[in-house]
Design a binder for this molecule. Structure first.
Ligand code: SF4
Ligand code: SF4
Length: 390
């Protein structure tokens, strides 16, 4: 479930190996987002999956995923995040989790949870699943089921979250926030506490893919965002010993870019349902780069030698103002996908940075769009999107 980033991509925690030497000049690939499928019963208008979704017939087979999992362990990956689409639509999920456990990978299930049953979750726990992350679209069914485009989804998520804790699995709640549900954040925080979650990700939508298409309907106002920041800061202090709250603001309102994916090709990669290996889940939005497949090359070769992974690694590729900036080893110039989406060139400084010549423009654009009276969504689906009707 890519809300997280999400499924918004930047939506999970890295475990680091202290004292471990870097095995390559680029670093160790610590974690992989395994997008098992693009199939999903929900239709979130901010889904981070590409606009052209992969059909089931193109997905890697069970044997291919099992081989990939073995390779992950061989190259030193520590964590596998099973995602999608909705990973539980794959009938082989328990077998894949079991193989991840067998080869020593920490496994996380990133799910919308609407297809989980208690038995299915128990089978995953028995197979060694280490963690569950469930996305919520709101604090109650009216808003949540409308945003996800799925009736009774909210109630199913609540049940799955309770089973998760009954089975003694750690739980993260991923709340993807935007103009049309930010007013429910206080109740979402209370819900996370009541569900005994370990972590709550307050993930404001980032605008790639489907979210870019729905930007006018999703962009929060400056006032909303300031209020949210105050609310989250107070909740972080109040719930210090109870709930970890992560908070990501929309890049359009930031003054420094985020260290996207920990830097291009430094710690993380993504495997698409068809086996393409990507430096981040949105990388296929960058036209002009071609991405290698696990069907044609080993993961070791792709990580170390593929042109796409090497294109924006390190700092040598950077333009000014990044090249002579004191922060270039901290944020690596921000997000390549966002630079491409907003400037047409993935090699530009991320416009989220106040030093980018484009920054003023995207801030003004966000302010304008946040005041738009377009609230209807274009729902994500396999045929290019479904306009919301009354
Ligand atoms: S439609 Fe929603 S639940 Fe499904 S994969 Fe996309 S963001 Fe996740
Ligand atoms: S100029 Fe580049 S390196 Fe410096 S803060 Fe902005 S994005 Fe980061």
């Amino acid at each position: 479930m890519p809300e997280d980033r999400p499924h918004d991509g930047d939506d999970f925690q890295l475990v680091t190996r202290t004292g471990d030497l870097e095995r390559t000049q680029y670093g160790i690939p610590l974690a992989v987002l395994a997008e098992l499928t693009h199939r999903c019963p929900l239709q979130c208008p901010y889904c981070s999956n590409p606009l052209e979704l992969e059909a089931a017939s193109g997905e890697l087979t069970t044997a291919e995923w099992l081989h990939v999992i073995d390779e992950l362990a061989e190259i030193g990956v520590l964590q596998i995040h099973f995602s999608g689409g909705e990973p539980t639509v794959r009938k082989d999920l328990v077998a894949l989790v079991a193989r991840a456990t067998e080869v020593g990978l920490y496994s996380n299930l990133i799910t919308s949870a609407v297809m989980l049953t208690r038995d299915k979750l128990a089978a995953l726990a028995d197979a060694g699943l280490n963690h569950v992350q469930i996305s919520f679209q709101g604090a109650e069914p009216v808003v949540a089921d409308r945003v996800g485009g799925f009736r009774n989804g909210h109630a199913k998520k609540l049940a799955a979250a309770r089973w998760t804790r009954e089975l003694d699995l750690p739980l993260t709640i991923n709340a993807v926030m935007h103009r049309q549900n930010l007013h429910q954040l206080p109740d979402i925080i209370d819900m996370a506490v009541a569900l005994d979650a370990d972590r709550l990700e307050v993930a404001n939508v980032q605008y790639y893919g489907w979210a870019l298409k729905n930007r006018q309907a999703l962009m929060p106002t400056v006032a909303q965002l300031e209020q949210t920041t105050r609310l989250v800061t107070a909740a972080q202090q109040r719930l210090n010993a109870v709930l970890v709250i992560d908070y990501v603001i929309p890049d359009y309102y930031a003054s420094r870019p985020k260290q996207c994916m920990g830097g291009w090709g430094r710690q993380f990669f993504n495997i698409s349902p068809a086996g393409k290996v990507l430096p981040c889940h949105a990388a296929e939005t960058i036209t002009g780069l071609s991405f290698e497949s696990v069907r044609d090359h080993s993961l070791d070769w792709i990580w170390n030698h593929s042109a796409a992974f090497n294109r924006y690694r390190g700092t040598d590729w950077m333009p000014e103002p990044c090249l002579s900036c004191a922060h270039k080893e901290e944020d690596f110039g921000g997000c390549r996908c966002q630079a491409f989406a907003l400037t047409g060139d993935a090699g530009n400084t991320d416009p989220a940075c106040a030093l980018s010549p484009m920054h003023g423009r995207i801030f003004a654009l966000a302010e304008t769009e946040s005041g738009a009276d377009r609230n209807a969504f274009l729902y994500r689906n396999f045929s290019g999107g479904l306009p919301e009707t009354d």
